[in-house]
Structures are given as structure tokens and as C-alpha cells.
Ligand binder design. Sequence first.
Ligand code: OSB
Ligand code: MG
Length: 366
Amino acid sequence: MKIDRILLREIRMQLKEPFEISSGVVHDRRVILLTVFSEGLTGWSECVAGEDPSYSYETCETAWFLLTKLMLPQMIGKDLASTEEGVSDTDWIRGHPMAKAALEMALMDLEAKTQKQSLGSMVGGTKQEVEVGVSVGLQPNDLELATKVGAFIEKGYSRIKLKIKPGRDIHMVAKIRELYPDTRIMVDANSAYSLHDMEVLKELDKLGLMMIEQPLAHDDYLDHARLQQEIETPICLDESIRSVNDVKLAAELGSCKIINIKPGRVGGIASSKAIHEYCLKKGMPVWCGGMLESGVGRAHNVAVASLPGFVLPADISESQRYWAEDIVAPEFTIKDGHVQVPTDAGIGVTVLEDLVAKLTVRSAEF
Ligand code: OSB
Ligand code: MG
């Protein structure tokens, strides 16, 4: 893979409706889109960093800086035997797994296209379709939430994730539980609680939830372990997991029983596979989370979620749930609670160049 040219763009995609979680609200998604050109082929990826450092310390600005100043210029002219060889040049950079994931995932798409293979099969995926749930943001009131949840169940999503925060938790979740007794329900706190909230957390524990995602601080493996000892409901870690080393720490301490793998958060596909493999050995279930990706990031997530150890429904909703028009064709759709894993080479979907050009607010070329 000779790297001829690289294009980095930031596009603005308007969400159909704002997405609110305990740490903030997103109206429009600033998507950093990476295109790597090699001998007539193009590899695509997106960076999942957000606008502000509330979910992670990484932001669109930090990722843009790392990619344009430290990571991309060096790639030009290289003739890479593999993605691994390309990303090894960035090993010296401490942290910043979201920026690193963008480079790795674009090279992975390129590598799969070079081999005329789908990304899913190249990474070792075994599924033709992936079971999916839906992540429902905080709503203005319980009635609106109940209506939304009902519509998603009607659509076929196989589990519902409710965003919670202090004051919008026990009663709200209990109501949904009562309305939809047969639906698999989980909650995601995005770090909004501490061990001082033990009473609330123990009440949530009585609601028959599949799991509680990231109740405590992003760096508090010890308190998560203390909490897991007090409750039956499995804890799932999201923000706390940026590498396989974080997973080892959490598993050894007993901080959680389930891992949410977001390829764009853990440094890319190789890291996702390492976590998947470790968790398979430990008997710890994993599933694929989401970061409100465009069709490009979604395609990568679907490929990774086709690995056999991804045994719980993914946060991969259909394109139409987020966008009036996605930037890929075909768009992702759901049928009987599943999303198909693309079979064409690489990410297996075509990027709509004209639409991307229209949405672009800045670009850098190498
Ligand atoms: O915590 O999983 C999260 C979106 C943005 C930031 C953090 C999270 C989320 C989601 C959305 O829950 C999942 C999706 O992409 O649909
Ligand atoms: Mg989460």
C-alpha cells in the first residue's frame, strides 16, 4: 500500500434531533473524515472525538492537531506492507486513542480493499448480521421517553438503552420497565454518579436491567469494583476502557462484568480485537458501542461487531435514526432487530462525495 495522498476533512452533520446525555447535549455532529489514497483505491474512516472534552479528553480540535501535525504528513510516500506497519509510527504518541483510531481504521479499509476482501471478513468476523439495540437520549419528560421507546420497540430494536442522570433515574426507568415488561432494558449514566449515590444505585439494581453502563468516574476502577460487589446488575464500562490494559485492570479488580467496545475510542480495530480476545478467554461478554457515527464509522463498527465474542446487541442504529441523509450508500437499515454486515470490499459502502463536499467546513491535504 503506497500512500499517495491523504485528505482530512471536517464535515458538519445535523442530527435529526439533539442527543442528550448526563454530560451534555449534541445538536450537530462535527465529523472528522479521513481519506487515504493508494494506487487508485481509497481508505475511509472517521474520528469519534466530540466537540468538547466531556466524554473524553480528546476533542475534534486535539484530533485535528494530532492528525495534521504529527501523524499524517509522515505517511505520504510510504509503501506499507500492512496497517500495523503504518500505525507503528505513531506508537510514540502517548494517549489520544481516538486520533490514532482514525488513521488505523482508514488504513484497515484500504488494506481490505487491496485484498479485495470485506472489512468484516478481514478482521475475522463470523456473522452476516449484527443484533442491534438503540441508545435513547434524555427526554424532556417521561411521557416523551415512553413514546420514543415504544416507537423503537415497534421498529424492532432488540434492547433499549436509557440515558440516566441524578434526578432522572429510578422513577423514569421504573415507568419504562412497567410499560414494557418483556423488553431488554439497560441504562447508561456516563459517569454521573459516585458511591455517595449507593441508595439510588441499589434501587436501580431492583429493576431487572441487563446492565448499568459507566455509573462512576472514567478513571475510578476501584469504586466501580466496590459498587459491583454491592449490586447484582452487571456493570459495563465504556469511558473507562481505552485499551486492552484498561480491560485487564477492570477484569482483575472486578470493576465490571461486561465491556462496551467502541473501535474509535480504543485506538482502532486491532485494539478492539485484542480486547475481544482477552474477554473471550475471561468469559466476559462484549458488545459494540456507538458515538453517533456517520455511515463511515458505522460501517467500521458493524465489521468489528461481526466478531463472534460480540454476544450482546450493539448501539448501532439505522442511518435514518440520526440523519436525514447519511453520507454513504446504501444507508444502514434494520430488519428484525439486525443490521446486515456489508460484503463488498473494505467498509462495503460507497461514500457520497458530492454530499461530503457540501458538508465540508475545513480540509487539509497531504
Ligand atoms: O455513552 O455510549 C455513550 C453517544 C455519544 C457519546 C457517548 C455515548 C453515546 C451513545 C450513542 O450512547 C450510541 C449511538 O451511536 O447510537
Ligand atoms: Mg456509554
